[in-house]
Design a protein around this ligand. Structure first.
Ligand SMILES: NC(=O)c1ccc[n+]([C@@H]2O[C@H](COP(=O)([O-])OP(=O)(O)OC[C@H]3O[C@@H](n4cnc5c(N)ncnc54)[C@H](O)[C@@H]3O)[C@@H](O)[C@H]2O)c1
Length: 364
């Protein structure tokens, strides 16, 4: 199974398959990538039975391998510098390529490094988490964090190839499966009620990796994102809807200092919940649909903001929200829902209003 993403200056395939290492060289050659001059960067925390298979197949020519312990803490310029230095020392040029094997963190960092080295070398993403398979590997957003917040430095640069393999998910902890599921849920909420109802009926099947159901959810999720990215690659308008729940989520993560207590996907679930409640509070999302969303997030056990935050955190959360990349004034710009599948763009609110609302939820 394949999907093609077509943007203004690139068309690239996303391959969906199993045992993708077997065909890796064929895929590379087919997509005009020299399999003998590659920098393969992999997340050392990805089980060796996955990375070794690729390393074994790709051990030839001038290929070099770099394993790192990727985490939000090293999603920064130091890591990018390390990668750029290696590319430079090994005389990589624009015809050469980087391959990343890992989750969204590894993918975002490597894609960023590949996009700025000599103004861009070829990039192949092999996402190994559910989140990276359904979201971060599609659409060409690259990035790293800095002191002012998450993903504050980055580029728009589409990959040359994406290889998604459902078998990689067998070793993924349940908690990480839920994180990926958060982005699938977001895609359904902003564009397809039928898909949302499918997810509601199949939550357990997806989390337990029931092959056909999970494949369907991954494929559909990529297709929704592809359709949006093709219409608005640079996030002028429509693509902003992919940030549903994320203005809250990024502020939650930043407030807690990117700890393991609340990782990205979990913050997204809380963010979706709060954005949905706020949509209803503003007279948009009908109560019946809010209840459907709340019920679903409760099933996932991420419905309790108080578990992570108290009243003292509210100002910090709102301050981080005010620094969000989508804001072009002092006000906070939020994506809201009119109904499931009908997102609303560019709703701006004073910080104080958001603080008051958060205080009603974090009532301690
Ligand atoms: N570029 C985009 O459009 C975009 C979209 C959404 C999220 N993101 C970014 O993605 C990041 C989150 O990605 P993530 O959730 O994949 O996190 P991650 O990369 O940290 O992976 C989660 C954990 O799973 C481990 N892991 C990876 N593959 C595994 C496997 N097959 N089996 C067992 N363990 C495995 C990792 O080592 C890590 O500990 C955030 O930094 C977020 O900002 C980017």
């Amino acid at each position: 199974m394949k999907l093609f993403v077509k943007t203004k200056d690139k068309k690239y395939p996303i391959y969906f398959g199993v045992s993708s290492h077997i065909n890796i060289k064929k895929i590379l050659i087919k997509n005009d990538i020299n399999p003998k001059k590659l920098m393969v960067v992999y997340d050392k925390n990805v089980p060796k039975n996955i990375t070794n298979k690729f390393k074994h197949k790709l051990k030839e020519g001038e290929n070099i391998f770099l394993g790192l312990n990727f985490s939000e803490k090293i999603k920064n310029l130091n890591t990018v510098k390390k990668i750029l230095d290696i590319l430079g020392k090994n005389n990589f040029n624009r015809n050469d390529s980087m391959i990343c094997i890992g989750g969204g963190i590894a993918g975002d960092i490597c894609a960023f490094a590949a996009s700025i080295y000599k103004r861009g070398i070829k990039f192949v993403n092999i996402p190994t988490t559910l989140l990276s398979q359904v979201d971060s590997s599609v659409g060409g957003k690259t990035g790293i964090n800095n002191f002012s917040g998450k993903n504050m430095i980055g580029t728009f640069c589409q990959p040359n190839v994406v290889i998604t393999d459902i078998t990689f998910l067998k070793s993924l902890p349940k908690r990480e499966m839920i994180c990926g599921y958060a982005e699938i849920l977001k895609h359904a909420l902003i564009s397809d009620k039928k898909f949302f109802l499918f997810l509601k009926n199949n939550l357990k099947n997806i989390l337990n990796l029931s092959p056909n159901i999970t494949k369907k959810a991954i494929f559909k999720s990529c297709k929704i994102k592809k359709n949006i990215v093709e219409k608005d690659e640079r996030e002028i308008n429509l693509r902003k809807t992919l940030n549903y729940g994320h203005t809250f989520a990024h502020a939650f993560e930043s407030t807690l200092g990117y700890t393991n207590r609340l990782n990205h996907g979990e913050a997204v679930l809380l963010g979706i919940l709060v954005a949905s409640k706020f949509s209803n509070n503003e007279g948009f999302l009908p109560k019946s649909e809010l209840e459907l969303i709340e019920g679903h997030i409760k099933e996932l056990k991420y419905d309790n903001l108080k578990k992570y935050f108290n009243k003292k955190n509210v100002k910090t959360i709102a301050n981080f929200m005010a620094r969000d990349k989508k804001n072009y004034s002092k006000n906070i710009n939020l994506i809201l829902l009119k109904r499931v599948s009908k997102p609303l763009l560019n709703n701006t609110y004073p910080k104080i209003k958001i603080e008051k609302f958060l205080n009603t939820l974090i009532n301690k």
